[in-house]
Ligand binder design. Structure first.
Ligand SMILES: [Cu+2]
Length: 352
């Protein structure tokens, strides 16, 4: 009701202003017909162009200053640096071109504004000009695209030379499950049709495949630092996307097929918690949480940084909460943790 009243008041105020302008216009004794722009109208519009230019530059600077801190901290994977470099160079080129072309656009808009007696110059074409403004974008874009393709093929190179550890990421509405391939480093065959909840076969692992016996199913992803991991993604129901932002990794999880992504984590969770950007972010978040706690609001416990696996496809109503903690640790810590886990064979309830 308040909203309706406010809206009515706003509409009435708008009508009043419009009527007042009409009265003001009528009261002016004009020699020219008021709806044709004259030199002073054109000049004012030219100045407004400059005003708009200042506005877009201002909002750009404001965004950099206010939201720059929202960016991800340094990459925690081997390929991440290369990926970030490509992104920053693209950003820099776009920023440079945008700044220059906007200034030129607005300046020429002002310089060649309509003036009484001025006539537009007509010329059909200029080969040199057209060559210049075609060849520069061609060179820049071709360079970026080639570099991008090179980076992409480097990142997506799944060769077995580095002895990658094979880990499955299993997506379903609305959670993740991870499966380690065990001592043989081979995942047992699996199919959603073999899922047997009563016997705790949540991933549909084929019991007749001996490769699956030593597989380890977990709800928290532990990764040894410096070891290449080859992730194989599956989805149970709809399209999901395995997104590990700190490692600059993302791959769709598609029902009915296995997709993959591979990376080497280079920074342990403990080390990342000491990263200045992360320390700053944790501090900021906990200040907000402390304020919430004082008001007795939920989600106000102090937060500690952890790597996350998130879902980056809107897959349903709880999509926003589809995440799994990732812990990057030393090889010894990882081996110790792994030794405590149960294998698939040991964790299955016996068949009745
Ligand atoms: Cu999802």
């Amino acid at each position: 009701m308040t909203a309706l009243l406010t809206l009515t008041v706003l509409v009435l105020v708008a009508i009043a202003i419009w009527q007042m302008t009409k009265i003001f216009e009528l009261s002016q004794a004009k020699t020219e017909y008021a709806e044709i722009a004259n030199d002073s109208d054109n000049k004012n519009n030219g100045y407004l162009l400059f005003g708009f230019l200042i506005f877009i530059y201002g909002i750009t600077i404001f965004s950099f200053v206010s939201y720059g801190k929202m960016l991800l901290p340094e990459a925690a994977s081997e390929h991440g640096g290369e990926y970030d470099q490509l992104m920053w160079i693209s950003f820099a080129i776009i920023f440079f071109v945008q700044t220059i072309t906007q200034a030129l656009l607005h300046y020429f808009g002002f310089k060649y504004r309509g003036e009484k007696g001025r006539k537009a110059l007509f010329f059909a074409d200029n080969d040199r000009l057209e060559f210049i403004w075609t060849i520069i974008p061609v060179i820049v874009l071709a360079g970026l695209i080639l570099w991008g393709l090179y980076t992409w093929s480097n990142i997506m190179d799944f060769n077995e030379d580095d002895d990658p550890m094979v880990v499955e990421l299993y997506a379903q509405q609305f959670n993740w499950t991870a499966r380690y391939s065990g001592a043989d480093n081979v995942l047992g065959d699996a199919n959603v049709r073999l899922i047997d909840i009563d016997r705790a076969n949540v991933l549909g692992i084929d019991e007749s495949d001996p490769n699956g016996d030593d597989d380890v199913i977990v709800k928290e992803l532990h990764l040894p630092v410096g070891r290449k991991i080859n992730f194989k993604m599956r989805s149970q129901d709809v399209l999901h996307s395995a997104y590990m932002p700190h490692f600059r990794a993302q791959m769709n999880c598609v029902p009915g097929m296995i997709t993959q992504f591979s990376f080497t984590p280079t920074v342990t969770t403990e080390e990342m918690r000491l990263n200045p950007d992360v320390v700053e972010k944790v501090k900021r978040t906990n200040e907000i949480r402390a304020k919430k706690a004082a008001q007795g609001l939920p989600n106000s416990d102090p937060w500690e940084f952890d790597y996350l696996l998130l879902c980056n496809k809107i897959c349903g109503k709880s999509h926003y909460n589809m995440q799994m903690k990732i812990i990057v640790e030393t090889e010894e810590e990882f081996n110790k943790w792994m030794a405590e886990q149960k294998t698939f064979k040991a964790s299955m309830a016996p068949a009745e």
